[in-house]
Design a protein around this ligand. Structure first.
Ligand SMILES: NC(=O)c1ccc[n+]([C@@H]2O[C@H](COP(=O)([O-])OP(=O)(O)OC[C@H]3O[C@@H](n4cnc5c(N)ncnc54)[C@H](O)[C@@H]3O)[C@@H](O)[C@H]2O)c1
Length: 294
């Protein structure tokens, strides 16, 4: 049985980590959590039923010595919490985005190598049923070789969603959520891009962050991808993969207050989406979208 401690006991722990660990109860035992916020600690104690709760991460690690530490704090703390966990001999399961910049990521890689421990990032989107189903068809005679991918992610930040640390981010869209989309691009194309060009304008919205990210990616074998992270309009998100004469589409609608309809919850998946997936011929229609602030 793997013992696990959590640094940070906020929304991602309540909505994703604790429900997922409860499905792995024969393999993972949550032994402790810590958070400086008394309300987060009270929730974890009463609803999460954590056996030990601390204010300070170092005290939690010294007293409980978990095998794995889940780092679930805002991104600006990830480097320090990952290094602290490695220093205590723990493997790390760190929430995305791993780091704020390359120097922080390099520090974590070096520390993980030195401690001979793993640091794994929670980029769970490739494990979702809809994306696994689409991936299975790529390269098949039915679909052919994936040549081009377009991913469109929409999210409309409001004053409520930006009330905490997210509202302080100057790079909000791709940094905080678009990392999931970027991970999907890597997953479907099975390689890292060799070049990318990003336009990330920040003309002022609910928070301090960027409002649209338009990103073009180029791959060493000549294939390409594009990503749009759209912070102006809520609604559906989509990933379209193109082969010659064919298009595969993963389409998601977010239903905020309804239970999942067709999407089976994956151990680290989110439960508030319903998914449909279909394969179609590329159609000749062009799409044009005009953005207005709403
Ligand atoms: N994988 C996903 O789908 C997913 C979904 C949501 C959030 N996240 C990520 O999870 C992380 C946390 O997001 P959230 O929505 O839970 O934020 P949150 O603000 O709800 O929770 C963060 C918690 O960390 C605590 N914290 C702050 N400083 C701390 C410290 N020094 N020691 C211990 N705890 C500390 C805060 O008090 C708060 O309770 C972010 O990196 C976010 O991007 C990932």
């Amino acid at each position: 049985m793997i013992s696990l401690g959590m640094i940070g006991l906020g929304a991602v722990v309540r909505n994703i980590h604790l429900p997922a660990y409860s499905q792995l109860s024969g393999r993972v035992r949550v032994v402790a959590g810590c958070d400086p916020d008394p309300a987060a600690r009270a929730y974890a104690r009463e609803k999460g039923r954590l056996p030990a709760i601390f204010e300070d991460p170092r005290e939690m690690l010294e007293k409980t010595r978990p095998d794995v530490v889940a780092v679930c704090t805002p991104p600006r703390f990830h480097r320090d919490h990952v290094l602290l966990a490695l220093e205590h001999g723990c493997h790390v399961f760190c929430e995305k985005p791993l780091a704020e910049d390359l120097a922080q990521a390099d520090d974590m890689i070096q520390a993980a190598d030195g401690a001979a421990r793993l640091v794994v990032i929670n980029n769970q989107f490739p494990y979702m049923d809809i994306h696994l189903a689409a991936k299975k068809r790529l390269g098949s005679p039915e679909f052919g070789r994936l040549l081009y991918l377009h991913a469109w992610h929409t999210m409309r930040p409001t004053h409520a969603t930006e009330a905490g640390w997210r509202g302080e981010l100057s790079r909000r869209l791709c940094f905080e959520f678009g990392v999931h989309v970027f991970e999907l691009v890597r997953f479907f194309l099975e390689m890292n891009p060799v070049r990318l060009v990003a336009h990330m304008p920040n003309p002022g919205g609910a928070g301090k962050g960027d409002l649209i990210n338009a990103i073009a990616l180029e791959f060493a074998d000549g294939r390409g991808a594009s990503m749009v992270c759209d912070g102006l309009s809520g609604g559906a998100g989509a990933v379209s993969g193109y082969a010659a004469g064919r298009r595969i589409l993963c389409h998601s609608h977010v239903h905020r207050w309804t239970p999942p309809v067709r999407h089976r919850r994956s151990p680290c998946g989110s439960g508030v989406r319903s998914w449909t997936s279909h394969l179609s011929r590329v159609d000749a229609r062009c799409w044009s979208t005009v953005f207005v602030r709403n």
